[in-house]
Design a protein. Sequence first.
Length: 187
Amino acid sequence: MAFRLLVAVVVLLIVGVAGCGGGGGGSGTTASAPKPTGTTLGLNSTAFVDGASIPKRYTCDGEGTSPPLTWSRVPSRARSLALTVEDPDATSGTFVHWSMWDIPRGSAGTNPGKVPPGSVQGRNSAGSTGYTGPCPPPGDSAHHYVFRIYALDDDLGLAAGASPDAVRTAINQHAIASGTLTGRYRR
Protein backbone atom coordinates (compact mmCIF):
# COMPACT_ATOMS: atom_id res chain seq x y z
CA MET A 1 0.00 0.00 0.00
CA ALA A 2 2.78 2.45 0.94
CA PHE A 3 4.61 1.61 -2.30
CA ARG A 4 1.49 2.40 -4.38
CA LEU A 5 1.10 5.71 -2.57
CA LEU A 6 4.74 6.58 -3.21
CA VAL A 7 4.39 5.73 -6.91
CA ALA A 8 1.22 7.87 -7.15
CA VAL A 9 2.97 10.84 -5.53
CA VAL A 10 5.97 10.52 -7.87
CA VAL A 11 3.68 10.33 -10.93
CA LEU A 12 1.75 13.42 -9.78
CA LEU A 13 5.00 15.34 -9.26
CA ILE A 14 6.26 14.40 -12.72
CA VAL A 15 2.96 15.39 -14.35
CA GLY A 16 2.90 18.67 -12.43
CA VAL A 17 6.43 19.60 -13.47
CA ALA A 18 5.77 18.62 -17.09
CA GLY A 19 2.80 20.99 -17.38
CA CYS A 20 4.50 23.99 -18.91
CA GLY A 21 2.04 26.16 -20.71
CA GLY A 22 3.00 24.67 -24.04
CA GLY A 23 1.28 21.34 -24.15
CA GLY A 24 3.36 19.45 -21.61
CA GLY A 25 6.97 18.47 -21.73
CA GLY A 26 9.76 20.68 -22.95
CA SER A 27 11.99 22.82 -20.87
CA GLY A 28 12.21 26.42 -19.91
CA THR A 29 14.90 28.65 -21.29
CA THR A 30 17.89 29.57 -19.17
CA ALA A 31 19.38 32.53 -21.04
CA SER A 32 18.42 35.88 -19.57
CA ALA A 33 15.55 37.68 -21.24
CA PRO A 34 16.67 40.35 -23.68
CA LYS A 35 17.08 43.72 -22.03
CA PRO A 36 14.32 46.32 -22.42
CA THR A 37 15.31 49.19 -24.65
CA GLY A 38 14.52 52.90 -24.45
CA THR A 39 12.58 53.00 -27.72
CA THR A 40 9.16 51.37 -27.87
CA LEU A 41 7.79 49.67 -30.96
CA GLY A 42 4.05 49.27 -31.41
CA LEU A 43 2.80 45.66 -31.41
CA ASN A 44 -0.87 44.82 -31.96
CA SER A 45 -3.17 42.03 -33.06
CA THR A 46 -6.61 42.06 -34.63
CA ALA A 47 -7.31 38.83 -32.70
CA PHE A 48 -6.95 40.25 -29.16
CA VAL A 49 -6.00 43.45 -27.37
CA ASP A 50 -3.24 43.83 -24.80
CA GLY A 51 -4.18 42.02 -21.58
CA ALA A 52 -7.17 40.18 -23.11
CA SER A 53 -7.73 36.48 -23.71
CA ILE A 54 -6.16 34.87 -26.76
CA PRO A 55 -8.90 33.31 -28.91
CA LYS A 56 -9.07 29.52 -28.81
CA ARG A 57 -8.19 29.32 -32.52
CA TYR A 58 -4.58 30.30 -31.72
CA THR A 59 -4.13 27.76 -28.90
CA CYS A 60 -3.71 24.00 -28.50
CA ASP A 61 -7.49 23.78 -28.06
CA GLY A 62 -8.07 25.22 -31.55
CA GLU A 63 -6.13 25.29 -34.79
CA GLY A 64 -2.90 26.21 -33.01
CA THR A 65 -1.93 28.73 -35.68
CA SER A 66 -0.05 31.90 -34.86
CA PRO A 67 -2.26 35.00 -34.49
CA PRO A 68 -2.13 37.99 -36.84
CA LEU A 69 0.31 40.65 -35.63
CA THR A 70 1.22 44.16 -36.76
CA TRP A 71 4.12 46.31 -35.65
CA SER A 72 4.91 49.97 -36.03
CA ARG A 73 7.40 52.71 -35.08
CA VAL A 74 10.42 50.71 -36.31
CA PRO A 75 13.51 52.93 -35.97
CA SER A 76 15.14 53.96 -39.24
CA ARG A 77 18.49 52.50 -38.11
CA ALA A 78 16.97 49.01 -37.61
CA ARG A 79 18.33 46.44 -40.03
CA SER A 80 15.89 43.63 -39.18
CA LEU A 81 13.37 42.51 -36.57
CA ALA A 82 12.93 39.56 -34.22
CA LEU A 83 9.84 38.24 -32.43
CA THR A 84 9.47 36.03 -29.36
CA VAL A 85 6.42 34.64 -27.55
CA GLU A 86 6.99 33.44 -23.99
CA ASP A 87 4.91 32.13 -21.08
CA PRO A 88 6.57 33.32 -17.86
CA ASP A 89 3.90 31.50 -15.79
CA ALA A 90 4.94 28.02 -16.93
CA THR A 91 5.62 25.55 -14.14
CA SER A 92 9.11 24.61 -15.34
CA GLY A 93 10.31 28.15 -16.04
CA THR A 94 9.69 30.50 -18.94
CA PHE A 95 8.31 28.51 -21.87
CA VAL A 96 9.18 29.81 -25.34
CA HIS A 97 6.25 29.38 -27.73
CA TRP A 98 7.83 31.05 -30.75
CA SER A 99 10.95 32.79 -31.93
CA MET A 100 11.48 34.33 -35.32
CA TRP A 101 14.29 36.57 -36.55
CA ASP A 102 15.84 38.16 -39.63
CA ILE A 103 12.36 39.55 -40.28
CA PRO A 104 12.77 42.15 -43.04
CA ARG A 105 12.77 45.68 -41.66
CA GLY A 106 10.07 46.78 -44.13
CA SER A 107 7.56 44.09 -43.11
CA ALA A 108 4.53 45.30 -41.18
CA GLY A 109 3.38 42.09 -39.50
CA THR A 110 2.19 38.51 -39.86
CA ASN A 111 -0.98 36.85 -41.07
CA PRO A 112 -2.48 33.91 -39.14
CA GLY A 113 -0.18 30.91 -39.46
CA LYS A 114 2.22 32.78 -41.78
CA VAL A 115 5.63 34.43 -41.39
CA PRO A 116 7.09 37.27 -43.47
CA PRO A 117 9.18 36.04 -46.43
CA GLY A 118 12.87 35.73 -45.52
CA SER A 119 12.17 35.26 -41.79
CA VAL A 120 13.76 32.39 -39.88
CA GLN A 121 12.06 30.46 -37.06
CA GLY A 122 13.64 28.82 -34.05
CA ARG A 123 12.92 25.81 -31.90
CA ASN A 124 10.33 26.35 -29.18
CA SER A 125 10.39 24.84 -25.70
CA ALA A 126 8.22 21.95 -26.93
CA GLY A 127 11.12 20.95 -29.19
CA SER A 128 9.58 21.81 -32.56
CA THR A 129 10.42 24.65 -34.91
CA GLY A 130 7.88 27.44 -35.28
CA TYR A 131 4.85 28.50 -33.27
CA THR A 132 3.22 26.34 -30.63
CA GLY A 133 -0.04 27.66 -29.21
CA PRO A 134 -0.78 28.43 -25.58
CA CYS A 135 -1.66 25.26 -23.68
CA PRO A 136 -1.55 25.78 -19.91
CA PRO A 137 -2.41 22.85 -17.68
CA PRO A 138 -6.18 22.54 -17.16
CA GLY A 139 -7.25 24.19 -13.92
CA ASP A 140 -4.30 26.62 -13.75
CA SER A 141 -5.11 30.28 -13.47
CA ALA A 142 -4.71 32.16 -16.74
CA HIS A 143 -1.16 32.17 -18.07
CA HIS A 144 0.30 35.30 -19.66
CA TYR A 145 1.76 35.06 -23.16
CA VAL A 146 4.18 37.88 -23.88
CA PHE A 147 4.60 38.66 -27.59
CA ARG A 148 7.71 40.83 -27.97
CA ILE A 149 9.00 42.48 -31.14
CA TYR A 150 12.59 43.72 -31.35
CA ALA A 151 14.27 46.11 -33.76
CA LEU A 152 17.83 44.89 -34.36
CA ASP A 153 20.95 46.69 -35.53
CA ASP A 154 21.92 43.65 -37.64
CA ASP A 155 20.56 40.33 -38.88
CA LEU A 156 21.03 37.55 -36.32
CA GLY A 157 22.15 35.06 -38.96
CA LEU A 158 21.22 32.06 -36.81
CA ALA A 159 20.28 28.80 -38.50
CA ALA A 160 16.63 27.73 -38.58
CA GLY A 161 15.76 25.73 -35.49
CA ALA A 162 18.20 27.58 -33.21
CA SER A 163 17.56 27.02 -29.52
CA PRO A 164 15.60 29.54 -27.42
CA ASP A 165 18.78 30.33 -25.47
CA ALA A 166 20.80 31.03 -28.63
CA VAL A 167 18.05 33.32 -29.93
CA ARG A 168 17.83 35.23 -26.63
CA THR A 169 21.59 35.68 -26.48
CA ALA A 170 21.73 36.98 -30.06
CA ILE A 171 18.80 39.36 -29.50
CA ASN A 172 20.53 40.71 -26.37
CA GLN A 173 23.53 41.63 -28.52
CA HIS A 174 21.55 43.47 -31.22
CA ALA A 175 18.27 44.91 -29.82
CA ILE A 176 17.87 48.66 -30.22
CA ALA A 177 14.10 48.90 -29.57
CA SER A 178 11.26 46.64 -28.48
CA GLY A 179 7.53 46.48 -27.90
CA THR A 180 5.17 44.01 -26.23
CA LEU A 181 1.64 42.66 -26.48
CA THR A 182 0.42 40.35 -23.73
CA GLY A 183 -2.41 37.86 -24.11
CA ARG A 184 -3.89 35.50 -21.54
CA TYR A 185 -5.21 31.97 -21.81
CA ARG A 186 -6.80 29.51 -19.40
CA ARG A 187 -8.12 26.00 -19.96
